[in-house]
Design a protein around this ligand. Structure first.
Ligand SMILES: C[S@@+](CC[C@H](N)C(=O)[O-])C[C@H]1O[C@@H](n2cnc3c(N)ncnc32)[C@H](O)[C@@H]1O
Length: 399
């Protein structure tokens, strides 16, 4: 018998009814026997059916809702159907394979599969899962991925230790299907070739969420002097160089990322136009700004400054300082793409920070576009928390 979780009647409100997350303080009782990760029926205190979901009383996200239709329970067939739907979006609707062999195949709640990320790098799939309920049902998901995409290997990467502890998740198992001939894969994105570190990279190997922003900036780069701050394996800087930037300076604090960025520059035949430097964000920005260096296009894509809500104040100061230093180096007419991947720093806050940075540096700045992750990172309309990447493209106007 499936257990029943009762949640506060306030969950019946239209704005909340189909939100896929229920925090522990909204759960009033759970009736029946269950283990964490099991499927439960979710009802309001008044007894009205709300959803079928996964339960985990060890997690703050006590319920992860998967189906809101009483007649659509969580079965292996439903999970397979969600995988087919996710693949159809990327292949048939977005036609991503015409541009690249590196894309996000499954984006968690945006694809109706709580906590599950699957990225494709050529013939390898990199998978990570932060929800115990989904993790326990990986078999039908993996078998559908094998049937549809025929990867040579599937790697299961672990999530952060903190998340693993709070969800009660097992560690990543590494290779769960096939054979991994080499820990690097070479992928192609809009004509740029990149080596991807599959087993010891950041995220699942690449920051695939920036693909459409890279394409946009490459189109704006010809003739410009580009600064790529926090370049990882070089996507922005190298795409700009390939598109005809006059020069590119890119830096990152990770030795491993930089080694790959150098190899990537050589592979794309742009090493003569790209300077790749190991350096830390504030030191690099401050030293170059103090030295009077200027750039016509700057990408500022730092690591997450606010992992938790309580970090926001400190993070705000970090974003402000970095954006002020960037604006000081931006030539009139120059373009800035400033990014934040902190969940707790929304686009309004980022734009507010940019406004303050422009005031403090006396720069006349105009916002051209608010952007986010690419189209293969869909966001469930009821779960705006999925919109984690914020990017603002702005131009320094003339005096
Ligand atoms: C969001 S990622 C950048 C992704 C990159 N723009 C891309 O599209 O592939 C942040 C990068 O910042 C680097 N990083 C982390 N701390 C840093 C620091 N203090 N100074 C410079 N880079 C740092 C990480 O190694 C990582 O490559």
């Amino acid at each position: 018998m499936t257990a029943t979780a009762y949640v506060k009647n306030s969950r019946l409100r239209v704005g909340l009814r189909r939100h896929p997350w229920v925090y522990d303080d909204a759960v009033t009782k759970i009736q029946g026997e269950y283990e964490n990760g099991d499927v439960v029926t979710v009802r309001s205190e008044a007894g009205k059916f709300l959803a079928h979901g996964f339960v985990n009383d060890a997690s703050r996200l006590a319920l992860r809702l998967v189906s809101f239709e009483k007649s659509v329970p969580i079965t292996d067939d439903l999970l397979r159907e969600r995988v087919r739907d996710a693949v159809a979006l990327r292949h048939d609707s977005l036609r991503l394979r015409e541009r690249t062999n590196a894309y996000r195949v499954i984006h968690s709640e945006g694809d109706g599969l709580p906590g599950l990320i699957v990225d494709r790098y050529d013939d390898v799939l990199a998978l990570s899962c932060s929800s115990l309920g989904t993790q326990r049902r990986l078999d039908p998901i993996v078998s559908e991925l094998l049937a549809l995409l025929e990867p040579s290997a599937i790697l299961e990467l672990g999530v952060s230790e903190g998340l693993r502890g709070s969800e009660g998740l097992p560690p990543g198992r590494g290779l769960i299907s096939g054979v991994l001939a080499h820990p690097l894969r070479t992928v192609s994105i809009d004509g740029l070739h990149l080596h991807v570190p599959l087993t010891d990279g950041q995220k699942t190997g690449l920051f695939l969420d920036q693909r459409d922003n890279v394409r946009l900036l490459a189109g704006l780069a010809p003739g410009r002097r580009v600064l790529d701050a926090c370049c990882y394996v070089g996507a922005f800087g190298l795409a700009c160089a390939q598109a005809g930037a006059r020069s590119v300076l890119a830096f990152d604090s990770s030795e491993a990322a930089l080694e790959l960025a150098i190899a990537n520059a050589e592979m794309n035949g742009v090493a003569d136009r790209v300077e790749l430097v190991k350096g830390s964000l504030f030191r690099e920005l401050r030293d170059r700004s103090d030295a009077g260096q200027t750039f016509d296009l700057i990408v500022l894509d730092p690591p997450k400054f606010a992992a938790k809500a309580r970090d926001v104040k400190k993070a705000r100061k970090g974003y402000l300082d970095a954006n002020m230093l960037a604006l000081k180096m931006l030539t009139p007419g120059g373009l800035l793409l400033t990014c934040s991947c902190s969940h707790h720093v929304g686009v309004e806050m980022l734009e507010g920070i940019l406004s303050e940075a422009a005031t403090r540096t006396s720069v006349r700045l105009r916002v051209l576009e608010r952007r986010g992750a690419g189209l293969d990172h869909p966001v469930d309309v009821h779960c705006p928390e999925g919109r984690y990447l914020k990017a603002i493209l702005a131009q320094r106007a003339g005096e």
